[in-house]
Design a protein around this ligand. Structure first.
Ligand code: FES
Ligand SMILES: [Fe+2]
Length: 384
């Protein structure tokens, strides 16, 4: 399918945004689900949550219920959470631990590696069903990358390195900076879920530009004064933003109450890095914690965002540990960002936005995201 999305390019000075209908059309949303979300690595949790055999988490990606469970052989696997008998959802809890996967409907049971091991009251066809790989649970590609669990619904996904390391390289020019935050050794101390009345792309493009920072983020620009210029850290390779001189930590009161994460270098102190892992994840690195956002597109005009604050579990075990100072800062940023996205969403169907809006020069890099989306869904591009 080739369509003209209407981007103009005035010799590289001004690019238009996507047209309004790209943010409202159920048809476009369906194309994005089919060609972007169903083919990308999607963050669904953390390996420490399913560290022991039998531990599982469940989630929903696109139109699929997914079960992620560690086998008796300690291998972590992902399956469609769908009974092969008559399709019942096998595990309804968001997490748990089990010795076998038993369907609540007619009690078919599956081993932790997905093979069918029990079919009650079927003596005449039991032999045909049990341990027949045709009736095993449908498996889904799963990889653990820096301690985060990612699944991919496509049959032949790009390798996780090709897909995600490439984005780290684009952001930092190398892999070491990201690696030394050792996300695989951190745990979630706090989670907030946000219902956002906005298309997922508005949330991504908002995170990718800092032109809005001085208008709507007083706390963030107080912490990171260079953001007042409208130039964020994602504009240039390897760049982090330095804290204001008065700040000890990336927290609402600026006070430092935790040591730097293990493995960081002196130059990482008082520095913030933000990055996007397309299509649906943002990662913020700070000296004593990491903040990870996952966007869950619900419809063309609605999204959910899960934001999690990760810390060193050794710090979390201390009686005086209290993450609220860190949580409050980015929680406020989140509320400000999501409200801004909603201001836009409401007008995406307006006649005034039929041909889209414009990007000023310090937002131009957002057009790379537009191109990523348009190319994936088969629409014609006019700009670099
Ligand atoms: S639907 Fe699962 S056992 Fe019948
Ligand atoms: Fe923002």
């Amino acid at each position: 399918m080739v369509m003209d999305h209407g981007i103009i390019n005035d010799k590289g000075k001004i690019n238009s945004t996507l047209k309004g209908e790209l943010y409202t059309s159920p048809t476009i949303f369906k194309l994005e689900k089919e060609h972007i979300i169903s083919k990308s690595w999607i963050l669904v949790g953390f390996a420490y949550e399913v560290a022991k055999p039998g531990q599982y988490i469940t989630t929903r990606v696109e139109d699929e219920n997914i079960l992620i469970i560690r086998g008796k052989d300690s291998v972590l696997r992902a399956f469609l959470n769908v009974c092969r008998h008559r399709g019942a959802k096998l595990c309804s809890a968001s997490s748990g631990k089990t010795g076998a996967i038993r369907c609540p409907y007619h009690s078919w049971s599956y081993s932790l590696d997905g093979s069918l091991i029990g079919v009650p009251n079927t003596s005449h066809c039991r032999e045909e069903l049990v341990h027949n790989e045709n009736y095993a649970l449908d498996s889904v590609h799963l990889e653990v990358w820096h301690g985060m669990i990612w699944i991919n619904l496509s049959e032949n996904p790009l390798s996780i390195e090709e897909s995600l390391d490439t984005q780290i390289l684009e952001r930092f020019g190398e892999l070491n900076t990201f690696s030394r935050y050792q996300i695989q050794n951190l745990e979630v101390a706090h989670r907030k879920d946000y219902e956002v009345e906005a298309n997922w792309k508005l949330i991504v493009e908002n995170f990718q530009e800092c032109y809005h920072c001085s208008s709507i983020h007083p706390e963030l620009t107080a912490a990171l004064p260079e953001f007042r210029s409208g130039v964020g850290t994602q504009n240039s390779i390897g760049t982090g933003a330095k804290f204001d001189d008065t700040l000890e930590a990336f927290s609402i009161n600026g006070k430092g109450s935790r040591p730097m994460l293990k493995g960081l270098l002196p130059e990482d102190d008082r520095t913030y890095f933000g990055m996007t892992i397309l299509p649906l994840v943002f990662i913020n690195l700070t000296p004593d914690h990491v903040i990870i956002h996952r966007i869950i597109p619900i419809s063309a005009e609605k999204s959910k965002v899960i934001c999690e604050w990760l810390f060193d579990p050794e710090e979390m075990a201390k009686p005086e540990f209290d993450p609220r100072d860190a949580v409050e800062l980015f929680h406020r940023v989140n509320l400000q960002d999501f409200e801004a996205c909603e201001w836009c969403q409401e007008n995406m169907g307006s006649q005034a936005y039929k041909e889209g809006g414009i990007l000023v020069p310090i937002e131009q890099h957002v057009s790379h995201f537009y191109n990523y989306v348009l190319e994936a869904i088969g629409m014609k591009m006019k700009v670099e």
